[in-house]
Design a protein around this ligand. Structure first.
Ligand SMILES: Cc1ncc(COP(=O)(O)O)c(C=O)c1O
Length: 448
């Protein structure tokens, strides 16, 4: 599939970003030249997937596409029971409401925006138990997505195992810069939790890409296939939720998979309230078919290698110019370290949001903030939460852009880098209550 892309003038982009309140989520896509906002739902589907779309069985109940998808998830991820959902947050909503009660604590390897919000709305409190290296953009640790067993054990001792409904793990941790978790770590988490009766659930959204890093970096896995690694990793968990819009190469879709039959029954009952019948979960039959094919294609070695290598290509180019990025380069995106990019802009003036806006104005490249705007406010004090990482994410959609596009992006970032000293920060002028980064509006801080 190809589409024309349009290069606006700098003046037109100034008008567009101002109208969007300096928030790249509020730009019209037709005003964007190269779109690195997200890798979510922006992947190009294959000829096989498009052909599969014509095989949609649009029966309300029990479509054959559902059974094919169920079998594919069981084969590749290894879980027993499967519930489709319209996308990842639909699954997060259901598992959070099914398992979390008021006063519960949910430890995890760094928060993710929608995941944490659903856990909080269900009455829980998220507790970050990722290793310290994850908060340091310069650390070269090969598995910065790992859980600190010490932090996890301390939490269990403090609040009691009965107040922890599950440990919330994620593959290639998004907010840490797309950093993987090792097989040794998930095994150790399992060993710690099992005797205490604590479940382990996985955000499998980018677990295929995580499996590639295990194959590349972890002893004993270099001769295992992505498929084998993925299945083994999932075998140490009790279930998973999935935003299929990433690894699985579709434009919409998600699922929840659960081994425990009682939890599955609860979740299957809830899906009919919030998503749709348990055999379609808010998706059309054709979407289920494209997703099943996407899962098969997602684990192919050549695909994953070229995908991750493209991301690294961009990261390496930026590094040759001394532009600060999160190290090592992650699986789905290059993350610019906005604190080092703009040392003169305090975090209260949204350096990462500023960088995303300036990059768009300068070149038409769209990126996304992953810093203080994404972190939101403290419920009790109302103050901004200030995360250690203040990042601007250049996210590469799968099978869409060429290396030449990456060259253009790198030069665009370099152009902002060269004039960084003259750039000023932003102030927030509107924010909604939930997930403010999607819809918040900002203004430039004037020089007077
Ligand atoms: C790690 C992670 N988990 C969950 C989600 C939520 O998925 P969705 O956007 O499909 O609702 C996303 C996507 O933004 C994600 O990156």
């Amino acid at each position: 599939m190809v589409e024309p892309i349009k290069m606006q003038s700098r003046e037109e982009r100034e008008i567009a970003i101002e109208a969007a309140g300096f928030n790249t989520f509020l730009l019209r896509s037709e005003d964007v030249y190269i779109d690195l906002l997200t890798d979510s739902g922006t992947n190009a589907m294959s000829d096989r997937q498009w052909a599969g779309m014509l095989l949609g069985d649009e029966a309300y109940a029990g479509s054959r596409n559902f059974y094919r998808l169920e079998k594919t998830i069981q084969n590749f991820y290894g879980y027993k029971h499967v519930i489709p959902t319209h996308q990842g947050r639909g699954a997060e909503h259901i598992i959070s409401r099914a398992l979390i009660r008021q006063g519960h604590f949910i430890p995890g390897n760094m928060y993710f925006t929608t995941t944490r919000l659903h856990q909080e709305l269900a009455g829980g409190q998220f507790v970050d138990v990722i290793i310290d290296e994850a908060h340091d953009p310069t650390s070269e640790h090969p598995f910065k997505g790992n859980v600190s067993l010490q932090k996890l054990e301390q939490l269990i001792n403090k609040v009691g195992a009965e107040n922890i409904p599950y440990v919330s793990l994620a593959g290639t941790v998004n907010m840490a810069g797309g950093q993987p978790i090792s097989m040794a770590c998930v095994k150790a988490v399992r060993e710690l939790c099992k005797p205490k009766g604590i479940r382990v659930y996985l955000d499998a959204t980018r677990m295929v890409e995580n499996s590639f890093f295990i194959q590349e970096r972890e002893e004993d896995f270099s001769d295992k296939s992505i498929e084998e690694i993925l299945k083994e990793f999932c075998s140490y968990t009790d279930g998973a939720w999935m935003s299929a819009k990433k690894d699985s190469l579709v434009n919409i879709g998600g699922w929840l998979a659960i081994n425990d039959h009682d939890v599955f029954e609860l979740a299957r009952n809830m899906v009919v309230i919030y998503e749709g019948l348990h055999t379609y979960g808010g998706l059309a039959g054709r979407d289920l078919e494209a997703l099943a094919i996407g899962i098969e294609e997602s684990v192919l070695q050549e695909h994953v290698r070229s995908r991750v290598d493209q991301v690294r290509y961009l990261g390496n180019l930026l590094e040759t110019w001394g532009i600060p990025i999160v190290r090592p380069v992650g699986g789905h995106a290059v993350y610019l370290n906005a604190k080092s990019f703009f040392p003169h802009i305090p975090q209260s003036e949204f350096p990462a949001q500023t960088l995303a806006a300036e990059l768009y104005i300068d070149s038409g490249v769209r990126s996304m903030e992953r810093g203080v705007a994404s972190a939101g406010r403290d419920e009790k004090t109302g103050e901004h939460k200030y995360p250690a990482l203040e990042l601007t994410r250049l996210t590469i959609p799968r099978r869409v852009y060429t290396q030449a596009h990456m060259d253009v992006v790198a030069e665009a970032v370099k152009s902002v880098w060269d004039k960084r000293d003259s750039i000023r920060g932003l102030k927030i002028v509107y924010e909604p209550k939930y997930l403010r980064f999607f819809q918040a509006r900002f203004k430039r801080i004037s020089s007077s």
